[in-house]
Design a protein around this ligand. Sequence first.
Ligand SMILES: *Cc1c(COP(=O)(O)O)cnc(C)c1O
Length: 459
Amino acid sequence: MRYVSTRGAAPILGFGEVLLAGLADDGGLYVPESWPSLAAGGSGDYLVTALEVMSPFVGGAIAPGAFADMVREAYATFESDEVTPLVDLGDGLYLLELFHGPTLAFKDIALQLVGRLFDHELSRRGERVTIVGATSGDTGSAAIDACRDRESMDIVILHPADRVSDVQRRQMTTVPAANVHNVAVEGTFDDCQDLVKAMFADAPFRQRMRLSAVNSINWARVMAQVVYYVVAAERLGGRHVPVSFSVPTGNFGNALAGHAARHMGLEIEQLVIGSNSNDILTRFFTAGTMTLDEVVPTLSPSMDIQVSSNLERLLFELLDRDGAAVAALLDDFRGTGTIVLDPALHATLGDAWSAARFHDDEVLRCIAEEADRSGVVLDPHSAVGVSAARHCRRDHSVPMVALATAHPAKFPDAVESATGVRPDLPERLGDLFDRPERFSRLPNDLAAIQAHVDACVAG
Ligand SMILES: *Cc1c(COP(=O)(O)O)cnc(C)c1O
């Protein structure tokens, strides 16, 4: 498989190069040159389907046996044999639990594989990198767990000091691997992101440290997420039996994987986007315009995002894969802060997508009601997905699968305030609060952070 940029002006690359490149040279995102077709069949077995769905994207870039080993190892870290269990909520509504990985959030599904793919590709090339990232919570711990103890990389994660939950911080700072380095920055999440951007913008530093990232624009992350859409359909009747999905959405990577599954031939009737109060995407799908706004903090912090980077991949398809048109639209957005879609294009979107927004009070009510109705305890992100599923569902004869993206114990305060019961951490994390923490606290100062990264890598 070859990959092209959504802005049409970057070199066409193979899978291994796209994996390590992240962003394309023209500022676009890489997408497959064409969509492979799903064959009929599929038994609902996660590993079998994972290999079948992902192999065409990897093409000849990795030997099939080595790829199969990485897939098997990645999903052996999950607590459930089914990897992503499907829970019946009644009335044709299902919950696909994507949170049984090592850090209890759906990011593990992609990152457990991507960490192994990175290590494989770097070792093959005899290269070593320093992965840097900023996190407001979930991504940092999932990236750390995926990269821990890997020979070909160090990983340095910045989080805002005193502004992530205790569970989230401890999931990062209690990992006892020599290549893992946590920094609590005396500032906000935006400060952390700005520091990471500034490190990448400093070309001599970037080259000396061989900086790299495993962020959500990486194609391999989307690829790994296509699998569970197919698996869910198989478990509900087959790849060619209609099914709908509802996706709590932030950076749009998860939803885009559903879009890819649809392009590959999965019979997805409705793709529903759920937003929290940061509803720029919901407004885009319902009104056809997208206007930049302030980010407001909510109970579902992993969705507190304004500009969803993966939306660019959807725009590329919507604009008939015309990279110049995508670049023009996004330039316009950067200049004016607004995108206005052509009405015909907006109508096309409306056929394929639905969207709804839920504020925190509605999210808490959903958690309480679902606990009463089915006994299932949702985290605030998953509750946005379930709310959107109930609100947008059109045809009740088609099963609707809401994606559950985090374990309720990751957000115990919100869950307790909704249900009155504090959710327990799963057994394997039961001693999280007894494990020793290891992190450095540094000022919001680029020179200090760079000196620290340098020392981490040298050490
Ligand atoms: C990252 C994340 C999301 C949002 O997923 P996107 O792919 O960014 O849209 C939703 N819920 C949780 C718990 C997450 O960690």
